[in-house]
Write a protein that binds this ligand. Structure first.
Ligand code: GLV
Ligand code: MG
Length: 355
């Protein structure tokens, strides 16, 4: 057991104090780029203003012979590129890999002051976070950093799902989690070859008609990820950290991607990964709350200023609980409106004063 009094103390002499709260900034999409590719590095000034989070990927999808180039490219982006309010994150290689120690050592000492979050793949339990926690503190002290780095875990092994709650609370650095359906499917021995989304074989079917047993029966695909995403959302929100849906691999299937993202949004996820520019737009559309819902939520807040009692608005019952839902919706809309003037106008917020 760890003494709770020590929870807010640095884990290395000279490291910054761990955060007491996780900031909630615009987080609708974590855009993945492989900076071993010079062309991707050159595109950063154009892409950065269009995304909330830009992530240098060092792990899967980066070929073994380009691992070091991806790390060097990320460091170049951190050192040389102006990203304004867009957050810069890194996905390092997994903890059992031969690259992760150099990934962490290099990125923290070289660009630790520019990075906000380090994404750790294939986290299996709190012990993985404890290892990263102490190592980051040592590296922060070595680099003389004043702001602590935050840690984001990918939930992509069955053991990780079993240990969700303990992972979410393993360190005050825990910023959030992403759901990784591809590795999770492999770890669980699910019989699929996809990255996220449904499967035509996973479905429900109505009973046969006793009077006409041969008649076609209604059937529909089911969501194979629902249970685990729901558990992730509970583990994260109960710990004050942020849940994200991960990748959707079928880039051409924009409708499938939008449906998967929206299911995650409605369950409580704040954003998803974008693997291609087309998915940036999908994430922006899905994870910015719908205008009609925001306008209705504003109406609820205006009508019940103290959030108490029972009221009817547009024929719908409103009470303390719906007031709180309306607050969630309006707070998110307000935060996004600061970043996006089109959204501010659509939501009916006054324009920001210039100058
Ligand atoms: C993401 O890394 C996944 O495995 O789905
Ligand atoms: Mg993975």
């Amino acid at each position: 057991m760890r003494n709770p009094r020590d929870f807010g103390k640095p884990l290395a002499i000279g490291a910054p104090e761990p955060p007491s709260e996780i900031p909630f900034k615009p987080s609708r999409m974590i855009h993945f780029l492989d900076f071993s590719n010079e062309k991707m590095v050159a595109k950063v000034p154009d892409i950065a203003p269009t995304v909330d989070i830009l992530l240098g990927n060092l792990e899967d999808a980066v070929p073994v012979d380009r691992k070091e180039a991806a790390r060097e490219g990320l460091i170049r982006v951190g050192k040389e590129m102006e990203l304004s309010e867009t957050q810069l994150w890194a996905r390092v290689n997994s903890l059992e890999s031969p690259w992760v120690l150099d990934d962490l050592t290099t990125v923290v000492t070289e660009i630790g002051d520019r990075l906000e979050v380090v994404m750790i793949p294939k986290v299996e339990g709190p012990w993985d976070i404890h290892y990263v926690d102490r190592l980051l503190a040592q590296l922060e002290a070595k680099a003389g950093l004043e702001r602590p780095l935050l840690v984001h875990a990918i939930l992509e092994t069955s053991l990780g799902v079993v240990n969700l709650e303990e992972i979410a609370t393993a360190s005050p650095r825990m910023q959030g989690m992403s759901f990784g359906p591809a590795d999770l499917a492999a770890s669980r021995r699910m019989k699929t070859t996809r990255v996220g989304g449904g499967h035509p074989g996973y479905r429900v079917i109505s009973d046969p008609d006793p009077d006409d047993p041969e008649a076609p029966r209604q059937t529909a695909q089911q969501d194979p990820w629902h249970y685990s995403i729901g558990r992730m959302v509970d583990a994260c929100t109960s710990a004050g950290i942020l849940p994200f849906y991960g990748p959707y691999g079928d880039i051409k299937d924009v409708q499938g991607c939008e449906t998967q993202f929206r299911a995650a949004f409605l369950l409580g996820c704040v954003g998803a990964w974008s693997l291609h520019p087309v998915q940036i737009e999908i994430a922006k559309k899905v994870f910015s709350p719908p205008v009609d819902e925001v306008l209705f939520a504003k109406k609820v807040l205006d009508a019940i200023p103290d959030g108490r009692g029972v009221h009817m608005i547009d024929g719908k019952m409103q009470d303390d609980a719906t007031f709180k839902q309306a607050k969630v919706m309006v707070s998110l809309a307000e935060m996004l409106a600061h970043k996006d003037s089109e959204l501010a106008e659509a939501y009916g917020f006054a324009p920001e004063p210039v100058g």
